[in-house]
Unconditional design. Structure first.
Length: 313
């Protein structure tokens, strides 16, 4: 007879988040309007930069699509069999993390061309233009396409039953910091671009714009700092049960709520107020699946700390 306590809120939340990860990636993979952009954008004629960026990004997106399939099949298998070996879990997680790292490497072409443009600016532009390019283009691109995937690859190397769980925790938290830091840098630069195009009046004209900008420019930065603080405080943890799981729940809830708010603010409040922010967040954001994170965050908030068991939620 199946264990009546098997289907816990945490496990059901994990299944639903994995489904969201798969469905959003599926949609992004087979949304193919980008094909031919290199002939349509920029006044006609073949644009090699757009071609290289789009092809590189799509090829690497296929790895995230594969990761989402592996993750979903694995969780369904776990629900069907009511068990999965620790060795298998590590192997699955290692593959998913490696494929996720390759997905982020798909932005490397954009970073390369951004660096080329910055080199030209560096040679002939005033200091304010150099600073703007560095802060709004170069640094965000480097963090998301180089530093973040490197941290994920290190984490994948650590994911082994033969290695210290302490190092797995360390690199998981470091990768978490870099995820949020990347979101802060990229999304804030997009908001700055919108304000430059439409003026500060556009930002303050609607409350949802002010809230989205505040959550992006200040909220994500605060969350990244908080995760860094939590990482420092958790440096002695030798197993996941020595971590404050409620704090992890708060972090995941805050991150998921950020994506959920920005999605719903367009659906419910934005009406016809289309702009570069919504174009990116709804049309070009492969991380929208994170709006489902509260489904695993909320069970963690009510998790009773127990250092003796690792499968009690």
């Amino acid at each position: 007879m199946a264990d009546k306590g098997f289907y816990t809120p945490m496990k059901i939340g994990l299944l639903l988040v994995t489904i969201a990860y798969f469905l959003f990636t599926l949609h992004g993979t087979f949304t193919l309007e980008w094909i031919g952009e290199w002939d349509r954008i920029g006044g006609g004629g073949f644009r090699f930069v757009i071609f290289a960026e789009d092809i590189n990004a799509f090829v690497c997106l296929l790895f995230r699509f594969a990761a989402s399939i592996i993750a979903l099949v694995s969780v369904i298998y776990y629900f069907a069999k009511k068990a999965i070996s620790k060795k298998s879990v590590y192997k699955i997680l290692r593959i998913v993390v490696i494929f996720e790292a390759i997905y982020w490497l798909g932005l490397a072409a954009t970073t390369y061309f951004t660096a080329q443009g910055f080199a030209r600016i560096l040679a002939s532009s005033p200091i304010d233009s150099i600073a703007n390019s560095l802060a709004l283009s170069v640094i965000p691109s480097v963090v998301e396409s180089i530093i973040l995937p490197i941290s994920l690859l290190i984490l994948a190397f650590k994911l082994s039953p033969n290695k210290s769980e302490k190092s797995i925790i360390k690199w998981s938290l470091i990768s978490g910091i870099l995820y949020v830091l990347s979101f802060w840098l990229v999304y804030t630069s997009i908001w700055v671009s919108v304000i430059r195009q439409k003026g500060i009046e556009y930002l303050i004209a609607r409350p949802e714009n002010v809230i989205s900008f505040g959550l992006t420019a200040f909220g994500l930065l605060a969350l990244a700092i908080y995760i860094a603080y939590f990482t420092y405080k958790s440096k002695g943890a030798k197993s996941i049960n020595e971590l404050n799981l409620r704090t992890i729940g708060v972090i995941l809830l805050a991150l998921g709520a950020y994506f959920l708010w920005n999605y719903l603010s367009w659906v419910i409040l934005a009406d016809t107020q289309w702009n570069s922010w919504y174009a990116m967040f709804l049309g070009h954001n492969m991380n929208l699946w994170m709006l489902a994170l509260p489904l695993i965050a909320l069970p963690l908030l009510f998790k009773k700390h127990n250092v003796h068991r690792s499968d009690d939620y």
